[in-house]
Write a protein that binds this ligand. Sequence first.
Ligand code: ADP
Ligand code: NA
Length: 320
Amino acid sequence: KVEKKLDVLCLGAAVVDIPLRPVSREVFDIESYPVDNIAMAVGGDAMNESTIISRLGCKTGLMAAIGDDAAGAFILRSCDEDNIDTEGVTIDPNLNTSINIGLVTEDGERTFITNRNGSLWKENIEHVNFDKIKEAKILSLASIFNCPLLDGKTLEKIFSFAKEHGMTITADMIMPRLGETLDDIAGALQYVDYFFPNYDEACLMTGEKDEAKVADKLFSYGIKNVVMKIGTRGCYIRNKDGVMIVPACKGITAVDTIGAGDNFASGFIAALLQGKDIKECAEYANCTAAIAVQHPGATSGVQNRQMVEDMLKKYKEDYK
Ligand code: ADP
Ligand code: NA
């Protein structure tokens, strides 16, 4: 068996976020609108995931398309700082790296202004380096539907290739942007070992409302382990052994749940790589996400593995 160079390869979006807060609904009534801070931050599900997984001590690669521009350079610099392998990143001179402007009101309501011609919308199979993918033990598809050109048929090709190379496949999802349905991704889902939708996304995909029915339906598509995030209640797992709810951390005051899902998946994957069983992976995922929701943004919470280990110790005490 070939020794794998990477633990995990995260495929998906790498973008730049510029959050602006506080912004009122009357923003156009004022000639110059002051906010507390304006700064770029890295974002995108694959970028967030690879950042957190790398900080948790795993050899992590990012696969994404960026432009040959300042935003792209910012992403590469951030990867460098977090020790992320970028051989799988395509710098495509025909692309503009996606930049998302986030407007957030005083009371936390938010909207995003996005570039409909940015790299996130243009990332496609041409940017997928199959030789690089097979260097990893785990392929993480950070959000089905986020890059619309990585559609169900494309993912099926990528996932079957990964399986041929003995990889474990994990996938998160976001709400479809173009009205895609469960049937559009059925061919891809049959290869997925761990699937991380949240409850709302899973409901939309399955047309069910009852937790058990939602999870059963996803399981019937051949997913080995459905790991459905259920917010403050933790996660609901359905696999061949049955059903299990793994509760979230207690006593957490969430200040920003942006990126909670990305951190959950990251913690889960890091735990898989530590050889933990599925319940332990879910606990580790809950602890990783619990740290994230206590900090603004997706990557400002979890800085290292010790933070998650400390949270896990408290978790074990709380549920003793
Ligand atoms: P998503 O971010 O994808 O919408 P959820 O909102 O379900 O997903 O949150 C993901 C995970 O974050 C949950 O499974 C849980 O582990 C954790 N989490 C979210 N909110 C809280 C909270 N208030 N307290 C503790 N854990 C939380
Ligand atoms: Na999500």
